[in-house]
Design a protein around this ligand. Structure first.
Ligand code: FAD
Length: 426
């Protein structure tokens, strides 16, 4: 059952209530946005508790600005959990042949910092007030009945329970059930597809990383590029750990579309990078004996045609799942959370209908997020020296990669909020 309406919002429809499906980066940021605007919500999360995998994540300047605009305490928590940059540069190195620097890009003062995913989620989840009434765990959405425009939406969960809400936002990730319900299970756009890239992820102790690659390389964001693969590293956990992500191109189909991980081993990674230079071989040599192999899926070839229908919409990876290569997917979910918080605030105050709010969200967020999915694919081709006219040429690489990152980072979050509210009112 929805929580009681907030008595402090005299100007809000008494029964306005938002259902958020999924409590990952997007869902929690949306919840915090609604909380800051005093709009009642419930997060329905499939897992028994908030949690994230043991790996790193970095947030770019646009994501930081969106955090502030949602609620300044989100950025403060991120910064408290983020690792200091060794240098405020993203540096690319020829990891295969010469080990020389190909290109470096300024990320801004203390910009694009990384951290442990679990630290970020724990910090943000702790900002959700009164979780016993605003969060329901072990709730897996199966169907949504939104057939009557004049009645609340009814949610059905696998445990047989139901709930109602004024509006439903699916923040349920890359394999979103809400997307399937919105677009039709049989539509290819309801599902993500294999990008022919897979990866291995590990957190290695910093003292061993420093012994292997030296202090400078272990404490700053570096990417080692080469033919058909790259290895990215950055420090996390207050310089206790080095986050390692090794991405490989694949000629095969991913065997099981319903499962994005498969058992992997250190030997596979060592074999894959056997012809690379000593730094990359050293880094992958620090990875654990057993680890998962992660298929990278996205929605480039079959994008969701729209992010909303009636009183139901999708946000974050549920709407526009993308690869990790520009470090932008999580930030896109945070931008979505900002725009939705503002629009739902408007709808709650009766500025426009909920349906119109979701339509405006779609109008303003579609092109931006689709462009990031596309650029992310291109970035990986550049990293793997698969763009013939660029290859391993650092200057040509820099000329192409700089505007790609800048386009992501320079997004005007204040302007999109202004435009959203003007459209809702108009
Ligand atoms: P998720 O994090 O997937 O959360 C979805 C939530 O919904 C989960 O809690 C899940 O349990 C729940 N759920 C799922 N199904 C249901 C259901 N049926 N009912 C109820 N709940 C459900 N992005 C960056 O910005 N920076 C980076 O550095 C970065 N690095 C990356 C590295 C890798 C290797 C990868 C793969 C991605 C990376 N990304 C990065 C992308 C980022 O991880 C995602 O964009 C982000 O996690 C998406 O968040 P989300 O909340 O939309 O989805």
């Amino acid at each position: 059952m929805p929580a009681a309406p907030n008595p402090n919002r005299g100007d809000m429809s008494l029964d306005f209530h938002v259902a958020i499906i999924g409590g990952g980066i997007t869902g929690i940021n949306l919840a915090l946005g609604l909380q800051a605007r005093k709009i009642p919500f419930t997060i329905y999360e499939r897992a028994p508790a908030f949690g994230e995998i043991g790996a790193g994540i970095g947030f770019s300047p646009n994501a930081e600005r969106a955090m502030v605009a949602i609620d300044p305490s989100i950025l403060a928590s991120f910064k408290a959990a983020a690792n200091p940059n060794g240098e405020d540069y993203f540096q690319w190195v020829d990891g295969h042949d010469t080990e020389s620097l190909l290109y470096k890009l300024y990320v801004g003062k203390d910009g694009f910092q990384g951290g442990l995913r679990s630290d970020m989620i724990d910090a943000w989840a702790s900002l959700v007030k009164d979780p016993s009434s605003t969060v329901q765990f072990s709730k897996t959405i199966t169907t949504i009945d939104a057939s009557s425009p004049s009645s609340p939406v009814t949610l059905h969960f696998t445990d047989g329970t139901t709930a109602t809400a004024s509006v439903v936002i699916g923040c349920d990730g890359i394999r979103s059930r809400v997307r399937q319900l919105l677009l039709g299970e049989d539509s290819p756009s309801a599902h993500p597809h294999y990008t022919s890239k897979f990866c291995y992820r590990a957190l290695v102790p910093m003292d061993r990383a420093i012994e292997t690659v030296g202090h400078a390389k272990a404490t700053t964001r570096f990417m080692h590029n080469g033919p058909n693969a790259h290895v990215i590293t950055y420090p996390v956990g207050n310089n206790r750990l080095l986050n390692v992500l090794a991405v490989l191109s694949d000629d095969e189909e991913w065997p099981d579309q319903s499962k994005h991980t498969a058992p992997g081993s250190k030997q596979e990674v060592l074999d894959a990078f056997a012809s690379w230079g000593p730094t990359v071989r050293g880094i992958v040599g620090l990875m654990p004996e057993k680890m998962d192999k992660w298929a990278l899926f996205d929605m480039l070839e079959y994008p969701a045609e729209r992010y909303h229908k009636g009183k139901v919409c999708i946000a974050g990876d549920a709407a526009h799942a993308t690869g990790p290569h520009l470090g932008a997917g999580g930030g896109m979910g945070i931008e979505d959370a900002l725009v939705l918080s503002e629009l739902l605030d408007g709808a709650a105050r009766g500025v426009g209908s909920v349906e119109r709010a979701l339509e405006v969200y779609n109008e303003l967020r579609y092109a931006r997020t689709q462009a990031v999915v596309k650029a992310t694919r291109r970035a990986c081709l550049l990293f793997h020296w698969q763009v013939e006219e660029v290859g391993s040429d650092g200057a040509k690489f820099g000329k192409e990669i700089t505007p790609m990152f800048h386009k992501v980072w320079e997004y005007d979050v204040e302007k999109v909020v202004e435009d959203a509210l003007a459209k809702l009112e108009g």
